[in-house]
Design a protein around this ligand. Structure first.
Ligand code: NAD
Length: 256
């Protein structure tokens, strides 16, 4: 039976990949993201897989936007069964120059938004005695890299939040898990490559090899589909006992 899946930040990168694997299974998708052509991207996926969908440009920094998006989805589909908190941003700077507005935006989008979305879907999941909350954290939820203070704090924070929600959801058939990807080649990474080229005076290839993939034992970007398939599994009934985990898909980065 078709379930309803809300994926924040699903008009680009990893979120779009997750939306496609759920769409391929015939589920209803609530798309969200700030891409100016987000509505068209969502429509294309819906047409390709013949699914029902909503596109919401809700800004994850605006609690009222989040509540309105979830209310609209509940009105159309009856409830959210699977929530994927994926929207995220990055900013790289030494701590002494780290702009406070970037810190607040990163914590707001990568961490606090998941509090608001979870709270908004919770009552419905609890009433239906079934729910899946999947948070796209990062290898940076488990280990740090210099110059990424806000991002690392937000991703460590979302793992703590995930564990708490797992405990609170257990009596009601709600699981909560985090996925911790290594480097996945998406637009967020393209921006970082450009920034690091400037900061370190390196070529594109050097940044990829010496700054990014140097962290991973497997010297390749993680495919978007590898992340998406893991989310699909965690959302399945087979994964009912998997809760409160932070699953690295990171080419051996955090094994070291
Ligand atoms: P991306 O830039 O391609 O996608 C990010 C999405 O979030 C976009 O759709 C964007 O519009 C949306 N978004 C950003 N700010 C928003 C806001 N205020 N309100 C609503 N939507 C907003 O990046 P991605 O690589 O696909 O990242 C997705 C998630 O995966 C992020 O949480 C990121 O931290 C995490 N992650 C990425 C990597 C990687 O290497 N790409 C590694 C580990 C974790």
């Amino acid at each position: 039976m078709a379930k309803t899946v809300l994926i924040t930040g699903s008009t680009s990168g990893i979120g779009l990949g997750i939306a496609k694997v759920f769409a391929a299974q015939g589920h209803n998708i609530v798309f969200n993201g700030l891409e100016p052509n987000g509505a068209e991207i969502a429509q294309q996926v819906a047409d390709e897989f013949g699914i029902q969908h909503i596109f919401s440009p809700a800004n994850m920094l605006q609690p009222d936007n989040i509540k309105a998006m979830i209310a609209e989805a509940e009105a159309k589909f009856g409830g959210i069964d699977i929530l994927v908190n994926n929207a995220g941003i990055q900013f790289v700077s030494p701590i002494e120059d780290f702009p406070a507005d970037k810190w607040n935006a990163i914590i707001g989008i990568n961490l606090t938004a998941a509090f608001y979305t979870t709270q908004a879907v919770w009552k419905g999941m609890k009433a239906r005695k079934w729910g899946r909350i999947i948070n796209i954290a990062s290898a940076h939820g488990l280990v740090a890299s210099e110059f990424k203070s806000a991002y690392v704090a937000s991703k460590h924070g979302i793992i703590g939040f995930t564990k708490t929600i797992a405990l609170e959801g257990a009596p009601f058939g709600i699981t909560a898990n985090a996925i911790c990807p290594g480097y996945v080649h998406t637009p967020i990474i393209d921006k970082q490559i450009a920034d690091q080229m400037k900061t370190h005076n390196l070529s594109r290839e050097e940044v990829i090899e010496k700054v990014m993939l140097d962290k991973q034992a497997v010297k390749e970007f993680i495919p978007v589909d590898a992340i998406a398939q893991s989310v699909l599994y965690i959302a399945s009934d087979s994964a009912a006992q998997m809760t409160g985990i932070a699953l690295p898909i990171d080419g051996g980065w955090t094994a070291q």
